[in-house]
Ligand binder design. Structure first.
Ligand code: HEC
Ligand code: HEC
Length: 297
């Protein structure tokens, strides 16, 4: 950032006065002492009977001072520091940051170059790629999907073969890049308590056989009317909409007691944030490969 001329000169003059001042002071004191110095002479000061000798500065001490002055002059000539004077090196913090950043990116590109062009089903055989994928997952995904990718209530398990949107390479990349937003609308108003209980019995019967037969039959009819459009006629879900398979006893929103009825009554939704602004395309590809590797050999 440029400062005004006044402040620039203010700083330059202050620095020059200081450096020249120190140099003169150093020269003067060292000369005074060595010319006049007589061994054993005291300054005349005494404290509690201790007399102060008038000895010159040790040589190493003196040269250390000289060195700091030389360093100051060299530093201020090379680097920016004297007001608006940019220094002969042309160094700026911005340039230094860019160089470091470019170096990191170049190193990473080199690291990635050994596997990034491989298709995902092949990339999963590359141990280095998988180690990078695992680290990226720990940094960016584990807060929601768990460190083992097994998910939690509302956050899908990515390590099993049950997919909301699909587990093929392209779909995984799309899920991570653009995010997902699965919306299950509320059905309480349309179905009433009785209707909700009927479809719930029908859904529950897939994983817990032996539900009340009458409820299941009524529920099946209502399911075809209200639910099949999204969850499919066979209730096995629809990847286009992220509508879960309801027949496999794998639940996105766990079903202790009456949770199933609650979800149908009130609706529920889940949001996977888009990562295209947080991660570059290569990192997303490595992440997709890592997830792919959890369910594919
Ligand atoms: C803020 C929480 C959150 C974070 C962070 C997050 N996810 Fe998700 N993710 C979700 C939710 C919630 C869903 C389910 C979306 C839905 O219900 O439609 C999901 C869905 C997915 C799916 C689709 C699963 C399927 O069955 O089709 C994939 C793949 C996925 N996430 C991968 C990732 C990866 C990789 C990362 C890290 C880059 C990540 N997620 C980070 C919350 C998150
Ligand atoms: C507009 C499409 C749509 C319709 C219609 C619909 N659902 Fe859903 N349903 C979804 C989506 C999408 C989800 C996943 C919500 C999420 O990502 O959190 C879902 C989730 C569910 C779940 C939770 C599944 C789990 O694994 O936790 C149940 C149960 C369910 N629906 C039952 C029903 C029933 C019963 C009906 C009919 C009364 C119905 N749905 C109608 C789209 C729909």
């Amino acid at each position: 950032m440029e400062m005004t001329n006044f402040w620039s000169w203010w700083i330059i003059i202050l620095i020059v006065i200081h450096v020249v001042g120190y140099a003169l002071l150093l020269q003067k004191t060292s000369k005074l002492k060595s010319e006049k110095h007589k061994p054993g002479e005291t300054t005349g000061h005494t404290w509690d009977g201790i007399e102060e000798y008038n000895n010159p500065l040790p040589k190493w001490w003196f040269y250390l001072f000289v060195l700091t002055i030389v360093f100051t002059v060299g530093y201020l000539a090379y680097y920016p520091g004297m007001g608006n004077f940019k220094g002969v090196s042309g160094w700026t913090s911005e340039k230094a940051w860019k160089e470091e950043n470019d170096a990191v990116l170049a190193k990473r590109a080199e690291l990635f170059s050994t596997f990034i062009d491989k298709p995902i089903p092949v990339m999963i055989k590359d141990e280095k790629a998988m180690a990078i994928g695992e680290r990226l997952f720990a940094n960016h995904c584990s807060t929601c999907h768990g460190s083992d990718a097994q998910g939690a209530q509302g956050f899908p398990n990515l390590a099993d073969d049950d997919w909301l949107y699909g587990g093929d390479a392209d779909t995984l990349v799309a899920s991570i890049t653009n995010g997902r937003n699965g919306i299950m609308p509320p059905w309480g108003a349309a179905l009433g308590d009785e209707g909700v209980n009927q479809v719930a019995a029908y859904v529950r019967n897939f994983s817990e056989e032996g539900q009340d037969e009458k409820l299941v039959t009524e529920g099946k009819a209502k399911f075809a009317m209200f639910c099949a459009a999204c969850h499919g006629a066979d209730a096995k879900g629809n990847h286009m909409l992220g509508a879960p398979n309801l027949t496999d006893d794998i639940w996105l929103h766990s079903y202790d007691s009456s949770m199933l009825e609650m979800v149908i009554n009130d609706g529920i939704s889940g949001q996977m944030p888009a990562h295209n602004e947080l991660l570059d395309a290569n990192s997303i590809k490595v992440l997709a490969a890592y997830i792919y590797s959890l369910t594919n050999e």
